[in-house]
Write a protein that binds this ligand. Structure first.
Ligand code: VG1
Ligand code: CO
Length: 543
């Protein structure tokens, strides 16, 4: 068989963001677009010669076509073996696990995560390194350099590989091992959790609804929750991955997972509800009548971790992204363990986990995970809750009330202003960077700023520095606002404003979140001149 060497020239804007390269599907389908980026990934890691990789995606439109291209390019670049999920399916956490289990040189995961899918929607590709985690900035910067220098790509001239059956095939001289996407991941879960306890919980009549949002977690949730743990058939809804996710955003939050929220807010709700995103790395947790914010979920899981077999000896440390609320900091304090704060994006947790400094990590955007893989893991978070409930035999709202009574409550909300003018949004951030120091002591909408800062991070392990990771503003009375621009959008810019208010007194814990956060919301909208600069007063999505 022949290797084609095709001449190529740089394509503008092939710059990975928070989580890989994410663009409109049509852009990815342009001749040479995917090929240029895949070749740049191989070039950036010193070539693919003699290497092994994991490849799989979330099943969205263009998933299998892209995989065929990647397989032919890996073969033409000299890779010896690629492990692919059957039918091209792998959740992000399962891909991370396969990379680690098989000690491969990395993996290519096809997903635009929570972004909608389809020919008119979004597609994405991310490269994970040999530790199973998202490429760190040192690697993504090298990929960007290679995309700007590319002159050719290599691709095997061969027929498409049949991905529909578990088998070992070849593409040129390269082995293609097609594996069950679920079984190794399920084994891993079985080693972490007390499956017997969770089985007994379901056997006692405990009910659950898991909304897979027509995305990749469906097969995993069916196998683990229903087939293995005995949740009653039908507990998993929207469980068949569809190329367009049924037309929705596979983003597990109260806005996009409204179907589940409606079920859970009803009197006849099941005991426990959960949802996950396009590629299965995010989770939403909701009890009967009780939505749990992701920041609170991280804190609760950290506080109760020793009830789960894999964490019975305690946690080495915890880590959260900067915009995530400080709820888990209080738990870490009480446990006497370190709490790390990192920029947004899972890649920043990798070094801390590799060094054994942190066991559990989380982000306000509904990502929670531990060092069992190097990605956030939606189903893992659900099993954590189920294992904890199986031990404590309390409802979700009882667990929350008990947690807040012990630690106080961090009211939290995020406002997303989507598809705003990118130049205006960048100017807004520049203005805040320049004026941050001068904000201290000033009053906005009746709240006094105690400190403001352009957030920069020094990795405690390799000392690498990441600057301009968001603006933090603290106010008198325990409020904080954070502003940053999204790195995963595909249209204009998305401004995210994160609001937090700490409430130590139990008397305040039952208050309505948006009411509690109204003062800090008004103050930050004024500071950032949102209306004047973006022409907007109301966010598109409030979570
Ligand atoms: C968003 C979230 C961030 C998350 C990232 C990838 O990024 O805010 O917390 O790590 O998505 O998640 P941004 O830059 O749009 O705010 V996923 O589920 O795409 O892997
Ligand atoms: Co995701």
């Amino acid at each position: 068989m022949a290797v084609n060497v095709i001449s190529a020239s740089p394509i503008d804007g092939q710059v990975p963001g928070t989580s890989g390269l994410r663009k409109k599907t049509a852009a990815f389908m342009r001749p040479g677009y995917l090929e240029n980026f895949v070749q740049s990934v191989f070039d950036a890691i010193g070539g693919a010669e003699g290497k092994t990789f994991v490849v799989g995606g979330d099943g969205r439109f263009f998933n299998t076509e892209a995989i065929q291209t990647i397989l032919k390019m890996a073969a033409a670049n000299g890779a010896v073996k690629v492990i692919v999920g059957q039918n091209g399916i792998l959740s992000t956490p399962a891909a991370s696990h396969l990379i680690r289990l098989n000690k491969t040189d990395g993996g290519l995961i096809l997903s635009a995560s929570h972004n909608p899918g389809g020919i008119n929607q979004d597609f994405g590709l991310k490269f994970n390194t040999a530790n199973g985690g998202p490429a760190p900035e040192s690697v993504t910067h090298e990929i960007i350099r290679c995309t700007a220098a590319i002159s050719q790509y290599r691709i095997e001239q061969s027929a498409d590989i049949d991905l529909s059956a578990i088998a070992t095939l070849t593409c040129g001289d390269m082995l293609v091992s097609i594996v069950d996407p679920v079984s190794d991941y399920q084994d891993l879960m079985q080693n972490i959790f007390d499956f017997d306890k969770i089985r007994a919980l379901f056997a006692s009549g405990f009910t659950v609804q898991f909304d897979a949002m027509h995305a990749v977690t469906g097969p995993y949730a069916h196998a683990v929750l229903e087939d293995c743990l005995g949740a009653k058939p039908g507990s998993v809804v929207n469980g068949v991955p569809l190329p367009d996710f049924g037309g929705g955003h596979p983003d597990p939050n109260p806005v996009w997972a409204k179907q589940l929220m409606d079920v859970m807010m009803d009197e006849a709700a099941p005991d426990f509800g959960a949802a996950s995103d396009g590629d299965g790395d995010r989770n939403m947790i909701v009890g009967r009548g009780a939505y749990v914010t992701p920041s609170d979920s991280l804190a609760v899981l950290a506080a109760n971790a020793t009830l789960v077999p894999a964490y019975a000896q305690g946690l080495a440390g915890v880590a959260r992204s900067m915009p995530t609320s400080a709820a888990c900091d209080r738990v870490a304090d009480k446990l006497g363990i370190e709490c790390f704060v990192t920029p947004t994006g899972w890649k920043f947790f990798g070094n801390l986990m590799d060094a054994g400094r942190t066991t559990m990590c989380g982000e306000e955007s509904a990502g929670t995970g531990s060092d069992h893989v190097r990605e956030k893991d939606g189903l893992w978070a659900v099993l954590m809750w189920l294992n904890i409930i199986a031990e404590r035999r309390l409802s979700v709202d009882e667990i929350m009330a008990d947690h807040w009574a012990k630690y106080g409550r961090n009211f939290y909300s995020r406002l997303d202003f989507e598809a705003v003018n990118a130049v205006a949004a960048n100017d807004l951030m520049l203005m805040l960077r320049d004026s941050a120091d001068a904000l201290t002591g000033q009053q906005f909408a009746g709240l006094t700023v105690t400190k403001a800062q352009d957030y920069a991070y020094t990795d405690p392990i390799d000392q690498s520095i990441s600057e301009h990771q968001g603006i933090q503003v603290w106010f008198e009375g325990g409020a904080r606002a954070v502003l940053r621009l999204s790195g995963t959008g595909t249209e204009g810019a998305t401004l995210r404003i994160y609001l937090e208010q700490y409430a130590p007194d139990a008397a305040d814990h039952g208050r309505e979140t948006q009411l509690v956060l109204n003062p800090v919301r008004l103050a930050i909208l004024e500071i950032a001149e949102v209306e004047k600069r973006l022409g907007r007063t109301e966010p598109d999505v409030t979570t």
